[in-house]
Design a protein around this ligand. Structure first.
Ligand code: AMP
Length: 466
């Protein structure tokens, strides 16, 4: 039987994975300079955590969570009932009382007694909820100053796969949790994000910002929006019609061309912010200007997750087609309290879609070669021990080395070095050994020299950084 990766997930192979490592390393370095430490949370949590924080009405929770019942006893009972149901279907007997009886029998036998909230598990669709859960669980509010955390890793959403949208995708994110909601914190988080994008040389990124108010002013705006949407209900698509009731803000996210002229006429939240939110937003813009950060305001930027408030932001990058958001973020002051933590803790954070960032970097042709540095060609069985020895020393000097396990012909060996993309071929032959020297050939231009071991190490390590 031949296996393939399932729909919507994929393998990341070398040399592309080298670029991933490079980008993730850049994130670690930049975030460290802003005082962030790494947090590693589990990749699965109670389903309830995500339902409660991300929101029961969001697409992520209603359609995209990968969840299962983590109880062998319940699952066995379900399998037994299912087997009966299938057998019943085969016999073309509808409403087979046998299945119902079987179910009742299992219930009476206590098969479902262990089915409760702790049995329902989900793969994480995002990490903010987990970070906040961990913050509360470990009493991190007792730590001095703001708690600044970053994470890297896979997220899971059962979305319709397309370019830049996968069912297992990766995020690099950061969260700042603490007692203050000062806009300078929002601006610094955005500054850090842009510093990271500059470090990995992402070209053509655009920053969009908005304020979506808080629990004082947003409800009135949402009602107003709902009222306006109800007037034009007939002209909207099925998704937007549904959202009039469930989450009218999400209508502003719509990309349907026929809905755009209608959306253009809807009220803007900026005109409905309370004084505190308006001041927060004005100060955010001042703080961004202070940092010479360019941005565009986008009143339709509402974010898909329920827990955001006030500041929201998004970064788009070229080369991604319709999925052009590489990063989304915002303030979520109520989330810690919602998950049972101290009400005084405020939060702001972002998540970068690593897959999309990679697509954009590759698109811009900035993918750098992180490949092989030295191909070590040896000739004559007696030279092999010396070759093994030299390979180890080169690797100790952080050089990547390919050492053939078996002797190869000279021409073949240089051709393989070339095809592997090695920068240098080092030749270990009997003559070289006798003379205490190695021949090193730069494959790009054929430059060739003979060097003693110490000089060879020096030459190759210098050229590694060149
Ligand atoms: P969100 O957690 O929805 O705010 O998403 C943050 C970022 O993650 C987005 O801007 C995307 O870059 C990325 N992202 C979200 N969903 C996917 C997905 N299914 N596949 C790839 N990237 C995604």
């Amino acid at each position: 039987m031949k296996f393939q990766a399932i729909k919507g997930v994929r393998d990341i192979l070398p040399p592309e994975s080298a670029l991933w490592n490079h980008v993730e390393q850049a994130a670690r370095e930049v975030f460290r300079t802003y005082g962030y430490g790494e947090i590693r949370t589990p990749e699965f949590e109670l389903a309830r955590l995500f339902e409660h924080s991300v929101g029961d009405e969001t697409d992520i929770v209603t359609k995209e969570l990968y969840s299962w019942i983590d109880s062998p006893k319940v699952n066995r009972a379900l399998r037994r009932v299912r087997a009966k149901a299938i057998a019943a279907a085969y016999r073309a007997i509808h409403n087979d009382p046998a299945v119902r009886e079987e179910l009742i029998k299992e219930m009476e036998a206590g098969a479902f007694d262990t089915l409760n909230e702790v049995n329902r598990i989900s793969l994480r669709p995002e990490a903010t909820a987990s970070v906040v859960r961990a913050y509360i669980e470990h009493g991190m509010q007792a730590r001095p100053g703001n708690v600044k955390l970053y994470y890297l890793g896979p997220m899971f959403r059962r979305e319709r796969p397309q370019k830049g949208r996968y069912r297992q995708f990766y995020q690099i994110g950061a969260e700042l949790l603490g007692p203050s909601d000062h806009p300078a914190l929002d601006a610094e988080v955005i500054e850090m994000l842009l510093a990271f994008f500059a470090r990995v040389n992402l070209q053509g990124a655009n920053l969009y910002i908005n304020s979506i108010g808080d629990r004082n002013c947003r409800p009135a705006y949402v009602e107003r929006l709902r009222g306006e949407l109800q007037k034009v209900r007939d002209k909207l698509g099925a998704d937007s019609q549904r959202r009039i009731e469930t989450n009218p803000l999400r209508v502003l996210d719509s990309k349907l061309p026929e809905e755009q002229p209608i959306i253009d006429t809807l009220p803007h939240i900026a005109d409905h912010l309370c004084d505190a939110c308006r001041e927060h937003y004005t100060e955010l813009k001042r703080q961004l200007a202070l940092r010479k950060i360019e941005y565009e305001e986008n009143w339709r930027l509402v974010r898909g997750l329920d827990y955001y408030m006030r500041t929201t932001f998004e970064i788009t990058a070229p080369g991604l087609g319709s999925q052009n958001a590489v990063c989304g973020g915002g303030r979520y002051d109520g989330l810690v309290e919602l998950l049972g933590g101290p009400a005084a803790t405020k939060g702001i954070g972002f998540a970068i879609g690593t897959d999309r960032l990679m697509l954009s970097l590759q698109d811009a042709g900035t993918a750098e070669a992180c490949g092989l540095q030295v191909f070590l060609a040896w000739f004559g069985a007696a030279t092999y021990p010396a070759a093994v020895d030299l390979a180890r020393k080169l690797r100790e000097h952080h050089l990547s080395v390919e050492l053939p396990a078996q002797e190869m012909k000279f021409g073949k060996s240089l051709s393989l070095a070339d095809r592997l993309g090695a920068r240098f071929a080092v030749i270990v032959g009997e003559d070289e050994l006798a003379a205490g020297q190695f021949t090193v050939k730069r494959l790009a231009d054929g430059d060739q020299r003979k060097l003693a071991e110490a000089d060879l190490l020096d030459y190759l390590t210098k050229s590694r950084t060149a």
